[in-house]
Design a protein around this ligand. Structure first.
Ligand code: UD1
Ligand code: MG
Length: 450
């Protein structure tokens, strides 16, 4: 059965106190609506439709940056959830199959949960609603169930005291045949406490037509919605906790899981060790058996099998770290291929560079990659040795087995096996040190007397 996913994202989100539309606020580096869309991906949707309203253009532009397969629908006035679903009618044109309605600000519905809803559809329910047992039912819609399954959803504002006592609440996620859904939302009126077109009314309307409705339940944590900055912080924590648990289940050692922060797309292989206080930005892959020591920051990079990173290392976008290579403390690597077994152990900047196999980069080496206007590359060959405190002024090549003496400023290419010394020659003056100190001491004594 084909599926279309409709994501409602027209809400104002005024409690965020932000110029950015609410659904674009990020969790683990990705807008919350992108998280909501990836839940829907579990169903393999044929169409994904985002209904925008407030800040619609910004939402469309940002979502299009993340995914190409999205159609947009506009709900110019926010007249309620049923009205928002109706806005997707045109984008659904010609689609045959089921539609699932999700909220753009509810990022954590699990794929398994949506699968369970699909199961309930197969079992014969025309409309399937996702509910949860609420710790504090408050303003949530209540699911009224009876011998024939789900009988109605009553919004808190319209509920009788008996109905308010129900703790099974509406998450907002709904699944039904797309044509039926459009038909039902078209029949919803707005004669209610809020004067809104309630999506929840479709259950009563379906029952009036003799159609069966069912509720599927999930954990309350899955239905977490974001309305404020504190909610956003809670959502971040929920994501991180989930991701840490997944990493450990997948064979990753986390010494202090609560201090490791993942991005939405971090890939970590088996038997990787991650020490405390490590932060992953977007686009990181760490392969089997690599070790990430404490206090590292990684973003847009790839760490191969058995490599060791940190402590206190920063890998920036385009850092490609080869097998068993080492990147040590206070080292920054950007847009650079560090090949197998190379060592960059201390206090170094490697940018726009290639470091050959087993090359050794001494402490305090800097690739001077930027002339203020252009970026240039530094190429260091296999087995090359760069002495400490060297500045490699790009574009420059140090060939295989090349050797750079400590403290050099290298501006010319170094041939294979050659030695480059780019510093002033040392001069020793016999006894001058002692004589100089004696003179200074005498000067100090004469000033003290005078
Ligand atoms: C809704 C449900 C309620 C449920 C609760 C779960 C209805 C009538 N009520 O209530 O049963 O318990 O969610 O959180 O559906 N939106 C639009 N356009 C609109 C109105 C809303 O796109 O015109 C979007 C919002 O951006 C939001 C979602 O729909 O993502 C829910 O809207 P909201 O106003 O938060 O509904 P609730 O009153 O919380
Ligand atoms: Mg709400």
């Amino acid at each position: 059965m084909s599926i279309a996913a409709i994501l409602l994202a027209a809400g104002q989100g005024t409690r965020m106190q932000s110029d950015l539309p609410k659904v674009l606020h990020k969790i683990a580096g990705a807008p919350m609506i992108v998280h909501a869309m990836s839940s829907a991906d579990a169903l393999g949707p044929e169409r994904v439709i985002v209904v925008t309203g407030h800040g619609g253009e910004a939402v469309e532009a940002a979502v299009a940056d993340w995914r190409e397969d999205v159609a947009f629908a506009q709900q110019t006035e926010q007249l309620g959830t049923a009205h928002a679903v109706k806005a997707a009618a045109e984008a659904l044109d010609g689609f045959a199959g089921d539609a699932v309605v999700l909220y753009g600000d509810t990022p954590f519905i699990r794929g398994e949960t949506l699968e369970a809803m699909r199961g309930a559809r197969r079992d014969g329910a025309a409309v399937v609603v996702l509910g949860f047992e609420a710790a504090e039912p408050g303003g949530y819609g209540r699911l009224v169930t009876g011998p024939e399954g789900l009988e109605a959803i009553v919004e808190a504002k319209e509920a009788t005291p008996d109905q308010l006592a129900i703790t099974l609440c509406n998450s907002g996620v709904v699944m039904a045949d797309a044509a039926l859904l459009m038909d039902l939302v078209g029949a919803v009126g707005n004669d209610n406490a809020k004067g809104e077109y309630y999506l929840t009314d479709i259950v009563g309307l379906a029952r009036d037509r003799g159609l069966a409705c069912a509720a599927v339940t999930c954990e309350e944590a899955e239905t977490l919605g974001v309305n404020s900055r504190p909610d956003l912080a809670v959502a971040e924590r929920v994501f991180q906790d989930r991701r840490r648990a997944e990493a450990m289940e997948g064979g990753v050692t986390l010494t202090a899981p609560e201090t490791v922060h993942f991005a939405f797309d971090t890939h970590i292989g088996r038997d990787v060790e991650i020490a405390p206080n490590v932060v992953f930005g977007p686009g990181v892959t760490v392969e089997t058996g690599a070790v990430i020591r404490a206090f590292c920051h990684l973003e847009g990079c790839h760490v191969s099998n058995g490599a060791e990173i940190g402590p206190y290392a920063r890998l920036r976008p385009g850092a490609e770290i080869g097998e068993k290579a080492r990147v040590g403390n206070f080292v920054e690597v950007k847009n650079a291929d560090v090949h197998e077994g190379a060592k960059i152990n201390h206090l170094t900047y490697v940018g726009d560079a290639e470091i050959g196999k087993r090359a050794n980069i001494g402490a305090g080496t800097i690739t001077c990659n930027y002339d203020g206007v252009f970026k240039h590359r530094t190429v260091i060959g296999e087995g090359a040795f760069i002495g400490s405190n060297s500045a490699l002024v790009a574009p420059v090549t140090i060939a295989d087995g090349g050797y750079v003496a400590s403290g050099s400023v290298v501006t010319e290419n170094v041939g294979p096996g050659d030695l480059a010394i780019g510093r002033a020659r040392q001069v020793n003056k016999q006894g001058l040190g002692a004589r100089m100190v004696a003179r200074l001491k005498a000067l100090k004594a004469s000033k003290g007397q005078g």
